[in-house]
Ligand binder design. Sequence first.
Ligand code: ADP
Ligand code: MG
Length: 317
Amino acid sequence: MARIVVALGGNAIIRPKQRGTYDEQYHNIRNTCVQIASMIERGYEVVLTHGNGPQVGNILIQNEEAAALVPPMPLDVCGAQSQGLLGYLIQQALACEFRSRGIQRSVVALVTQVLVSLDDPAFSNPTKPIGPFFNQERARRLVVEKGYVMKEDAGRGWRRVVPSPDPIGIIEKDIINRLLEAGVTVIAAGGGGIPVIDEGAHLRGVEAVIDKDLAGERLAEDVGASLFLMLTDVQKVYVNWGKPSQTALDCITVDEARRLQNEGHFKPGSMGPKVEAACRFVENTGGKAVIAALEDALEALDGNAGTHITPRAKNGT
Ligand code: ADP
Ligand code: MG
């Protein structure tokens, strides 16, 4: 059975213009799980990961607004909360879909820690905006009182930015593999995982956000996946994105992807990390990576949709 890692983008959980009510999120996740169950019925062994941007953002707003009543939690704890929230919904929705199809399979969402290093250059250059917008006055106080790094976001106010370090390894890797061996469908490294550093005697959570596609790539390597599928809200990766000359890519080698990446075709924070994750997966494993629209997931697995990034052509051709 081909083992694949599927990374679910934000639109698998909250659709454009939705506020993210419980009903909206559950409904979207149910629809997504229909596709995941179909993959499993077709014989793929699926390992799932997912984004958490809006969910952790909301938890941060709740923390901020209720700070006088309830002690706010640090970002790593908020990340864990969001993994629990989304893991629960996906675990329940997928199990429900299995039940309705008569598939005998257990599903488990794992609170997952991902190792990062304080030597990562990201720690001296925080770039990832998170949580609520603040006015300048409040932003200034947060810098003084909490040591936050705050950046102005194009007219919308001030926002905290945190480092986005590279994932080095998945702490729960062994248990994930044991669960897979036991035939369990695993949801892991949600929201890029909870970033932790190794202090020898113990692990310590840090205030950072790991890109979920890069963490998904680590997961894909760690479980020995043959394919890494990133599902998002565009049908393909484009060159000259947003310009009249934009062109969709169907199938490119990893060398071609690296060349286009160096030419600046993929925006940082969105398509950039997806293409980076795709390249790493192909380079490090010789497997294939696919970036496709959520609706096209099954066609993408058949090779009929999405952008496919493949190993370099043999014999130097
Ligand atoms: P997800 O939540 O699925 O990770 P992102 O918003 O992070 O989604 O990334 C997908 C977005 O990347 C698309 O909606 C598109 O706006 C943007 N994007 C940037 N550059 C490109 C490109 N070259 N080709 C396609 N999409 C691009
Ligand atoms: Mg993204």
